[in-house]
Design a protein around this ligand. Structure first.
Ligand SMILES: [Zn+2]
Length: 111
């Protein structure tokens, strides 16, 4: 569904490519996040999709982001609707584990 919306926006805006933020773990958990499935959607949408992180784990991406100076304090991970991360949902726990495994301090946990 998200890529259908992205394809529609890309067509309206004249974009030449759609980038997705999937990581390796996503394809292991969700059938619609596997590279093979996503490529089929790309073909149907008639616009190339690119997934630069699909072969990487969360800790790898956090390390790359840390080197690039990504402002992680502005990156939302929580699955729940709130003004702050709950730190109890699966997404929050995965974020916490990713930062720990990467050896990077999460700025949201250290404010
Ligand atoms: Zn959460």
């Amino acid at each position: 569904m998200y890529y259908g919306i992205a394809a529609s926006l890309a067509d309206t805006l004249g974009a030449k490519k759609i980038f997705g933020g999937h990581i390796r773990h996503d394809g292991q958990v969700f059938g619609d996040a596997k590279r093979s499935y996503l490529m089929k959607i790309s073909k149907l949408a008639g616009i190339p999709f690119s997934f630069p992180f699909i072969g990487l784990g969360k800790k790898d991406i956090i390390r790359v982001g840390s080197k690039l100076g990504v402002p992680f304090q502005h990156c939302w991970s929580c699955s729940r609707d709130g003004k702050k991360h709950c730190w109890n949902c699966k997404s929050c726990r995965e974020r916490e584990m990713g930062f720990r495994e990467a050896g990077v301090k999460d700025p949201l946990k250290h404010v």
